[in-house]
Design a protein around this ligand. Structure first.
Ligand code: SAM
Length: 357
């Protein structure tokens, strides 16, 4: 029986869990339609394009899931120069992107002053809003980058289950990783904060995923990225650790497209004004329709990749990500064509969740 759409009003944690576990196909149509309606009413038809520049694949972290972690490999490492990053940024400007995202592994070689200088140069030359996603950095670096003009920071908290978090995201020696605390401090510094989770990471239960969605609401996150976990070869989680971490079958969240889309749609319902990307990982799971499904089930952001192909191929956080045979123009134009096909518009300006653009 098709559940009433009203059961999607005033969702609490238990109702989110029930909806995540829902298996009735007719129910999904109700969820998709409501998520799409709320997206249209609250953030409109514009799809904001954020040009992604993957500036370094060096990383000191040993996240057991990630293909560029220090424990992954063997992998040739790269760090883009100032000129290379600026060339990508100009390309993004020429393609009309209002926001540029500099992402990388947690790389002390990308020093505080270097990144601050690059942020200043990009802001001056392109006028684009700069988002950073460079992992857990010192407050001094984060403040310096904010002073240099960076407006947003993306840092996924990955999971709210503290035991699972320690297993998949080990602390660096002498430090304790607390990504939610960093997000809160960054908000106090004046950043818009973006976060998110992986769906279906081994050990993730239905209750913990529901709690992740709820936590994004409690912290009023400005952007929330929801993508499937994709097993990456040569990482600890692709080996025996996977079976060690897996929850019992009736509690383990699968890393499939349907569950990811349910999590995305429910996030739109409980965080109606936030920016939600249709993630690359979703389009890897379903190359022909994953991105479109994300956009029609709650998402309003896409992050086309501006990284030159020779570096893109080395930023394989999971397999299939690189789209190495496609040029930056191909990638951007296929996203714009999709937005057009869906009857949506390409957002202009920075597309801030705080209404600044
Ligand atoms: N170093 C920065 C950080 O940790 O936030 C940014 C780069 S990190 C590679 C970006 C995101 O990629 C992570 O937050 C994680 O959610 C996602 N990711 C990493 N490995 C993944 C995998 N195997 N499947 C899906 N997503 C993955």
């Amino acid at each position: 029986m098709r559940p009433a759409a009203e059961t999607l009003d005033g969702l609490d944690r238990a109702a989110i869990t029930a909806w995540l576990r829902e298996r009735e196909e007719a129910a999904f149509e109700v969820l998709w339609a409501r998520a799409d309606d709320v997206r249209r009413e609250r953030v409109g038809d514009a799809v904001h394009l954020r040009g992604l520049i993957e500036i370094s694949n060096y990383c000191v972290r040993k996240c057991v899931y990630c293909g560029i972690a220090a424990c992954a490999g063997p992998l040739p490492r790269y760090r883009m120069t100032r000129d290379e990053i600026l060339a990508c940024a100009r390309k993004g400007r020429d393609l009309g992107f209002g926001t540029l995202v500099l992402q990388g592994g947690e790389d002390p070689g990308m020093t505080g002053p270097f990144v601050a200088d690059v942020v200043r140069a990009i802001t001056r030359e392109t006028g684009a809003a700069v988002t950073l996603s460079l992992g857990e950095r010192s407050d001094a670096d984060l403040r310096a980058w904010r002073d240099a003009g960076a407006e947003r920071y993306l840092l996924r908290f990955e999971t709210t289950d503290p035991v699972l978090y320690r297993r998949i995201h080990p602390d660096l020696p002498g430090t304790v990783s607390d990504r939610i605390a960093q997000l809160v401090r960054m908000r106090d510094m004046g950043y818009e904060i973006g976060t998110g989770v992986m769906v279906g990471i081994p050990g993730q239960t239905w209750d913990s995923l529901a709690n992740d969605i709820w936590t994004s609401r409690e912290y009023d996150m400005d952007m929330i990225g929801i993508g499937p976990y994709l097993a990456s070869p040569d990482t600890p989680l692709a080996g025996p650790l996977r079976d060690e971490l897996m929850a019992p079958p009736d509690r383990q969240v699968p890393n499939d497209e349907l569950t990811t889309l349910k999590a995305l749609a429910l996030t739109r319902l409980v965080c109606p004004d936030t920016n939600i990307p249709s993630t690359t990982a979703l389009s890897i799971l379903d190359p022909s329709a994953g991105r479109a499904h994300g956009l029609t089930r709650g998402a309003n952001v896409v992050m086309p990749n501006l990284t030159p192909p020779e570096y893109r191929v080395l930023y394989q956080i999971y397999p299939g990500k690189a789209a190495v045979h496609e040029t930056v123009d191909d990638l951007a134009h296929s996203v714009i064509a999709l937005i057009d096909r869906l009857g949506r518009t390409v957002g202009s300006g920075p597309g801030s969740a705080l209404g600044r653009g």
